[in-house]
Ligand binder design. Structure first.
Ligand SMILES: O=C(O)CCC(=O)C(=O)O
Length: 293
């Protein structure tokens, strides 16, 4: 359980600087299992750099981690991170995506950007997306630590992708998590080492009414969904947002794929801020002779 005072401190830092770092966010055991499992999957799938600027020329990347191994179900619900993100984005945020990024020797600067830059809603705005970057190896200036521009979440525009002079490396030991307001200008750093790989995970969240970056409805095998915890299902968009949004013919996606959900029907199960009022109030019965009697 993360203490309220700690959450408040992280939120204050995010408000002022656009980011915070949670050290010792995960156990050494989980860190090592995640690192080894990801690298094993890289080998099994023969993952190679994609060869473009955004995804890297010397970086191994893998998207859609949750269905690939039961261990990855722990990522989106990690309390030390989610407790902060939940407050930043308000209840019922969604998982926007999960990505492993192993930056190899010789990689160049990725290019400064804001992860929510595709939202054409003007800048600055209230936090709509939060990018969390998990260091599974130590992040150093030399091996490609994420570059960040503190305070840039308040800038009205977008950065020159190549202007490395304004960025600082977010150096942090393994087991730390960098939590950002996704308006913050940042990018993967260059790796100038001879032989070090920098493994990070991007676990990204977005407010519940936005489109997610990765499409969980098509990338998660539906037979897995009933085995997930209700919170994980909710983060993946398989539960209704505020009891209404995301329904399938009036039913929750969770019910459609066979999960035992408490809120199977839309509208009837909507939450307090249901614009239609309290769903428990019975409709007046029509009088005899009226339509519907
Ligand atoms: O690898 C990193 O540290 C950041 C990567 C990033 O910003 C991105 O892929 O959008």
């Amino acid at each position: 359980m993360v203490e309220t005072a700690q959450i408040a401190q992280h939120l204050e830092r995010i408000e002022i600087d656009g980011y915070t770092i949670v050290e010792d966010a995960i156990s050494a055991e989980l860190n090592d299992r995640l690192r080894d499992t990801i690298r094993q999957i890289f080998d099994e799938l023969d993952v190679r750099p994609k060869g473009n600027r955004a995804e890297g020329f010397a970086t191994k990347r893998l998207y859609n981690l949750v269905p690939r191994h039961p261990l990855f179900q722990e990522l989106p619900v990690q309390e030390s991170v989610l407790a902060v993100v939940d407050e930043l984005l308000e209840p019922e945020c969604l998982l926007s995506g999960t990505t492993a990024m192993d930056i190899g020797p010789g990689e160049r600067l990725q290019g400064l950007h804001a992860d929510d830059g595709l939202f054409k809603i003007g800048r600055p705005h209230r936090p709509m997306m939060s990018t969390t970057i998990w260091a599974l190896t130590d992040f150093t200036a030399e091996n490609g630590a994420t570059r960040i521009v503190p305070g840039s979440h308040r800038e009205p525009g977008h950065p020159d992708p190549d202007d490395e002079s304004i960025a600082v490396p977010a150096e942090m030991p393994a087991r730390s998590v960098l939590i950002m307001d996704s308006q913050l200008w940042h990018c993967g750093g260059p790796n100038t080492t001879e032989d070090q790989w920098r493994l990070g995970l991007n676990v990204q969240y977005v407010r519940g009414f936005f489109r997610t970056q990765q499409n969980h409805y098509l990338s998660i095998p539906h037979e897995q969904v009933p085995t997930f915890s209700p919170r994980l299902r909710q983060l993946l968009g398989f539960e209704l947002y505020r009891g209404i949004m995301g329904h399938v013919d009036g039913r929750s996606p969770a019910a459609v794929v066979g999960a035992a959900t408490e809120k199977a029907a839309a509208y009837g199960a909507s939450t307090d801020d249901n614009p239609f009022g309290d769903s428990e109030v019975a409709a007046p019965r029509p009088a005899d002779g009226e339509p519907g009697a």
